[in-house]
Design a protein around this ligand. Sequence first.
Ligand SMILES: *Cc1c(COP(=O)(O)O)cnc(C)c1O
Length: 411
Amino acid sequence: MRPRGGGVLRADGVSLEALARRHGTPLFVYSARTVRERLDALRRAFRRREPLVCYAMKANPCRALAAVLAREGAGADIVSGGELARALRAGFDPRRTVFSGVGKTEAEMAAGLRAGLLAFNVESAEELDALARVSGRLGRVAPVSVRLNPDVNARTHPHITTGRAENKFGVETAEALRLYARAARDRRLRVVGVQCHIGSQITQAEPFRRAARALARVVARLQAQGIRLQHADIGGGLGITYKDERPLAPAALARALEETFAPWPEMRLLLEPGRYLVAEAGILLTRVLYRKKTAKRRFIVVDGAMTDLPRPALYGAWHPVEAVRTRPGPRRRADVVGPVCESGDFLARARLLPPLERGDLLAVGKAGAYGFAMSSQYNSRPRSAEVLVDGGRARLARRRETLKDLIAAER
Ligand SMILES: *Cc1c(COP(=O)(O)O)cnc(C)c1O
């Protein structure tokens, strides 16, 4: 979503000022249209094969937003029992849903088996044992896809690279082959696929190409042993432009996958994008509380904080910041900071901004992924409300938390 309008920002035709007045700030505003456009762009990038796009719920589990993708026929990628429950509530088909994660509990496995998921992306021998046990106990057959750690450098932020040998995720090729051999002999398990996920906010095609080749080598080795896989899942990680990054086009990813898996035209290709689908669909609306100046810096104190959008504090991430109504006058450099008692609590640093006054609204862009999803109640701040704009109409997707919500679980 590119908020725009004659000097005053709007979201798909809806007034941001009106939304802030009606629902308060800080406020997340999501565009259903942008989400649909991103899903379409990803699907259109594939020429020869129709991929199954499994939306990584963890990027933004908001039901109204996820439901937009579910209605378009996307599947889901979940990493916990909580996400399973929310994926089903959002309307995702369990037969199009895969369960990832290095530490699934047996209770979570049982819930996934009862739901009838497409695959469990298994990450260790002990997890495979546990899955077989749970599956046997329930009288089911668990669909198994081994998560490969292809040891490729995704060349992204160290906190979000996941496909190196020193990361906790996945298993090496030799171990993957042992897990498949074991699963193939176990009637409580059914081998269905191979998966990897090498990191997030990846901007180059090469890491994907190498990961795809690593998956294909496993497919070929298994085929030689008479084990046929139904799908290959390259994971998520497609990067977006926050500032000046030039991420690979989805077509480059599609080409790498279609070429690599050309020998197996019957296999289904899966993707698990999160950020790519929803990051650009969201903004965080926040209001200026105070302005202050020190000998070294100028600060704009706003009511949004690291508790709402933790990415700048966590990764030093850059998000676009714009005044919703631009006042005439010279632009000045300032830090946009929140009320939380941490120096790391900033939304933007040394940013050129138009003149601002108390009560003015700022729109922090590209906040649809890993924003609300990572929000917290730190400093006992109730979490923001979320609004979905669809077809020129806005509706509240999640109400703002209240002081009561802060203490509701306390005994
Ligand atoms: C986080 C994650 C994703 C989504 O990553 P994005 O960078 O948001 O696309 C996909 N698959 C798995 C297993 C993940 O952990």
